[in-house]
Design a protein around this ligand. Structure first.
Ligand SMILES: [Zn+2]
Length: 392
């Protein structure tokens, strides 16, 4: 994403000094975050990038640009492990990104967080089709529910929750990582999940699932459709729709809390964080976020040591100041005790120097304690220089 820093040496030196000081005085916060000056510069990094470019090269580049924290993908949507795992198949036979990157980042003072995708895990669902996510159903299935076979997992699956807990523990037992970072810790859309497990569970909770399905149908598929109906029913507190949405919210909250507990059981104080969909941070899109994702910022404020709202403004066709609004909304929702590192879009055709710089500036003006760039593999020297200019 970017160009060279003009004060590269100074920035990385400061980062190293700041980190050393924090470590020496034991002043690392609960989140364990390091800082450039007083701001975190984090970024998401795919394991495949580490494996293809080499960990040393990547780590030196991160240090050169003043990166303090890196989220390394150790289990993505394919469900393959980018560390030595006895539970999941390897991302690449005979290789692993996590051990290599940790070794390369330690001497440079860069913190490494193991990044886990939650709601999609192809390797797992291929072995356990009973835990697949089920769609509401569309015209091609005469609106009957059908299973999704691309790896998406039912968030109510106890077995997948246990499996993910075991992987988190496995990482913490085998590697001295600084944090666990959750992604896709949510539902993907309001049309999920209508598996048998969910039908039964909802019925036990006194939810009329047929009514929920009818409102969904009227919202998405009827002719003419009523595109706002589901959200209106949620806002009104409709007994079935609101209870269904709340059931999903509780599943997401329960899963995150279980992962936190698993992490704490192995490494107390390990930083625990998540990437969040941005809509939930803003009042005008709150109902949309709850109905589709069931990912609550209020819950997030109690679950995580820091959060990264993915304020990818270009994908949302927004101006950079929207990043500041999402940041401010996040701070309000999660509370001031939870640092916000705003997710910045540094990818795609529309991203350029000005867009990246203004997005970072808006995040910091909105109160962010740092930023998280998506992602390392798309960074250019132009983007790096925009980040530097905005953060100095
Ligand atoms: Zn389900």
């Amino acid at each position: 994403m970017m160009t060279a820093y003009r004060h590269v040496g100074k920035v990385s030196m400061l980062a190293a000094v700041a980190t050393a000081l924090l470590v020496c005085t034991g002043a690392v916060g609960a989140a364990g975050q390091a800082a450039v000056g007083d701001k975190v510069l984090a970024l998401w990094l795919w394991g495949s990038t580490v494996r293809s470019q080499g960990a040393d090269k990547v780590a030196q580049d991160l240090a050169k640009h003043g990166v303090t924290d890196v989220f390394l993908l150790v289990r993505g949507t394919a469900g393959k492990a980018d560390y030595q795992s006895s539970l999941a198949p390897p991302a690449e036979e005979g290789k692993e990104a996590l051990g290599d990157l940790l070794k390369a980042c330690r001497p440079l003072g860069i913190k490494v967080h193991a990044w886990f995708v939650f709601n999609q895990d192809k390797a797992y669902t291929d072995e356990h089709p009973e835990d697949r996510l089920w769609h509401h159903g569309n015209a091609s299935t005469e609106f009957k529910p059908y299973e999704i076979t691309d790896g998406r997992v039912c968030p109510a699956s106890e077995a997948h929750l246990e499996y993910t807990k075991a992987m988190i523990k496995e990482v913490l037992e085998g590697y001295d990582v600084d944090g666990i970072h959750l992604d896709y810790i949510r539902y993907g859309h309001m049309v999920y999940c209508f598996c048998e497990r969910h039908m039964k569970k909802a019925a036990e909770l006194g939810i009329d699932v047929d009514r929920v399905r009818q409102v969904l149908f009227d919202t998405n598929y009827a002719s003419p459709a009523q595109p706002d109906l589901y959200f209106e029913k949620f806002i009104e507190g409709d007994p079935d729709v609101a209870a269904w949405v709340n059931m999903r919210r509780e599943e997401v909250q329960t899963a995150a809390a279980a992962f936190r507990e698993a992490a704490e059981s192995v490494k107390p104080g390990v930083a625990f964080s998540a990437a969040l969909m941005p809509e939930g941070a803003l009042e005008e899109t709150y109902a949309f976020a709850m109905c589709h994702y069931s990912q609550s910022y209020e819950d997030a404020g109690k679950l995580y040591d820091f959060v990264c709202p993915m304020a990818y403004h270009l994908d949302y066709d927004k101006a950079p100041d929207w990043v500041g609004q999402v940041t401010a909304g996040t701070i309000e929702a999660v509370g001031s005790g939870v640092p916000v590192y705003a997710g910045i879009q540094a990818y795609g055709d529309k991203a350029d120097y000005d867009q990246v710089k203004q997005a970072v500036e808006a995040a910091l003006e909105g109160g962010a304690k740092g930023i998280a760039l998506f992602r390392y593999g798309t960074m250019t020297e132009e983007f790096w220089s925009a980040v530097e200019a905005a953060m100095k």
